[in-house]
Design a protein around this ligand. Sequence first.
Ligand SMILES: [Zn+2]
Length: 318
Amino acid sequence: MSLVACQRDARLRALDCVALSWSPLDDGRYAVILDDTVLYPEGGGQPADHGRINGVAVVDVQRGQSGVVHTVLGPGAPGPVRVELDWARRFDHMQQHSAQHLLTALAADHLDRPTVAFHLGEETCTIDLLGPPLDEAARARLEDLANAEIRSARPLRVREVDAQTYDRLPVRSRGLPEGHTGPIRLVEIEGLDLNTCGGTHVAHTGELQVVALLRVEALKGGSRLHYLAGDRVRRRLAEALQREAALTALLTAPPDTHADGWPACWPMPRPTPRPARPPSESWPRCWAPLWPPAPAGPATCTARALIWASCRPSPTPP
Ligand SMILES: [Zn+2]
């Protein structure tokens, strides 16, 4: 299937084109087929764009048999239309998708962990890597490598090649849609990576701003890397700081002591006497987690502190 305008120019935010049809759907929404579009249809792991057609909200875009189908929330008519892109949502997708290409290349080249799958989620993104699970040192190294490449601002380029040229090029991932014919679209991170891809990408790695590798989840035969790029990192940091401030107020203790556990981080006196017998009907319900007494440790102690905090108005335990 031929490329649409947003695949030829990922920075294009609006386009005058022609609505070939504008048809009602059973669910009250409408399906609009255009002769071209700046809205990326879901595919290759990248979610669909949102935007507007003649001011009517577009909530989904998919490739269909007869062209790219835009699901919109209101009626309209075939003819000339103005299509506008929700640029903030698209740029976020471009950052997450380009970060995936970068992390995949670095994990393969430096850690010998080829990528077998990835997912660009609404909240976080994941890459599934083959091989022994990444340990903390490998996770930190990969994060350092990715952010060093961001500082070097390597250009990303999109081009199309014919099948003969494609066969000669050192393309890392050779995944093509079933039955693909015609030119093959490649995305290159200069000097680092060359991949088949239909998605939209940032202009250079500097536009990723920052990449954070949140955690590694062990999988059978590999590991799942959870990551964020760009503004998502700033938003996650803001949420974490809010939680930190709330915990600081709750524990009346500075952040660097939050994980110290009971009693160092908690000014309330240790509940005495400690529960001497199992919880009963007469006990405040919040005391139940304190029985049986668990071995002391930072997590246990912090949990106890939070439980105790929620119990403060409760009567002294029996
Ligand atoms: Zn891609």
